[in-house]
Design a protein around this ligand. Sequence first.
Ligand SMILES: [Zn+2]
Length: 79
Amino acid sequence: MPIYEYKCNACGKNFETLVMGKSIPECPSCAGKDLSRLMSACGFVSKSAGPSGETTAKSSGSSSCGSCSSSSCSSCGMG
Ligand SMILES: [Zn+2]
């Protein structure tokens, strides 16, 4: 399931949440729904890493793995 990062425009809190279907998340701090969705670093990562250590995650649509090193997305919560 995709995990998106949001920023609450009301209180400024950043949080991550699973988004299922078209449900709109609420701010866990103030229950506001005026949210800005942030670009998740690694929403989807293929786990089929080859023996060379390279993953196939680089061409996964709009998700940006630019902040990841080539072999691991552990810093993006995929550990
Ligand atoms: Zn809030």
